[in-house]
Structure formats: C-alpha cells, structure tokens
Design a protein around this ligand. Structure first.
Ligand SMILES: [Zn+2]
Length: 181
C-alpha cells in the first residue's frame, strides 16, 4: 500500500490577502517518492525542511506530479533535479516526452477530471485508510467553492466532482486539508 502525507497545506482566497499556494503532497510507494503540486511558496526551504522531516532531500524525489497547469500549483517544479514530471499530457524525463500510463504503480493511478481546466487530472492512491484522491482544484477546500469562478466548464467540473466522490474515501483538495467523503 502507498503512503500519502500532506507536506504543506495550501491556502488561497480573501483571507490570505493575495497569497496563494497549492496543497503539497508526498506519496511514497516502494522506492518511489512523488511530490504532487510543488506550489508557489514564499521560500523553497519550507518544502526542503518538510522533506527533511521525512528523511528525504530534493534528489530523492523520483516524480513530480502536476494536477493542472495553473502557476499556483507548479511554480516550484524545477526544485527536483532528477525527478521525472507527470501531467495530463504524459511524462517528461529531462527533455524527452513519453506517454504515461494512467496506472503509475499498482496502488497509484490517475483519472481525467476536466472542468476547472481542460488539463485537470486527479491522483487516486490506495492506502491503509482507503482511497485518497488528490484532486487539484476540482475542490479548493472542503465543500468549496460551490461555484468555481475560475472554472472553464461548469458542467464538466460537476461531473468530475461526482466521479471523485464516488471513487475516493478521502479527498485532498487544491488549497486545503484532507477531508472524508
Ligand atoms: Zn489552485
């Protein structure tokens, strides 16, 4: 079974006065260390320190996964010198692009969840607790936003939300902490 840990809980919205960063998540599964949405952050050392607490350095990160191509989710993608990067379009290894199977390992896969953006994808991770969905901005926070003013297709977004709620036991949203379905 894979392990999922929130390294940094994301934030955004009126109360953060213009500050915005995605929730940054670590997934570990048999020699694989995936950082999901390395975010913006005021200072990259915040994330390096969180990795250190897990006995990891940036070089131990094998993959960076990007849920969708909005800057608040991917600005720090360059922090991990040896990581492969995966997004909606496939996998990059250095300057080489390859197709990526939706099943990354036995316990880690992703599904397309368009709506907030056309290229939104959601990771589904089988853990001891159950299936955890890491969904980018399909949800920003628990039950939020009801109406996503940044979504480019509200109908698709609603379908994607339904899909995730059916598939997952827990959800890690784009800018908040984990909640139970
Ligand atoms: Zn976002």
């Amino acid at each position: 079974m894979a392990k999922v840990k929130i390294l940094i809980e994301g934030y955004s919205g009126g109360e953060t006065k213009g500050h915005s960063c995605s929730t940054i998540v670590l997934i570990q599964d048999k020699g694989i260390n995936i950082v999901v949405d390395p975010g913006t952050l005021p200072n990259q050392n915040l994330l390096k320190d969180k990795l250190k607490q897990e006995n990891l350095t940036v070089k131990d990160i094998t993959h960076v996964f990007i849920t969708h191509s909005h800057m608040d989710h991917y600005r720090n993608i360059g922090m991990f010198p040896t990581a492969k990067t995966i997004d909606f379009w496939g996998l990059w290894e250095g300057d080489v692009w390859k197709k990526q199977d939706k099943k990354i390992t036995k316990d880690i896969s992703f599904v397309k969840t368009a709506g907030h953006s056309d290229d939104s994808v959601t990771l589904l991770v089988k853990t001891k607790k159950g299936v955890i969905a890491i969904c980018g901005d399909v949800f920003w926070k628990k039950n939020m936003p009801e109406k996503d003013n940044f979504a480019n297709d509200h109908l698709k977004l609603n379908q994607s939300r339904k899909k995730i709620l059916e598939l997952a036991d827990y959800i890690i949203p784009g800018h908040g902490g984990m909640f139970k379905v």
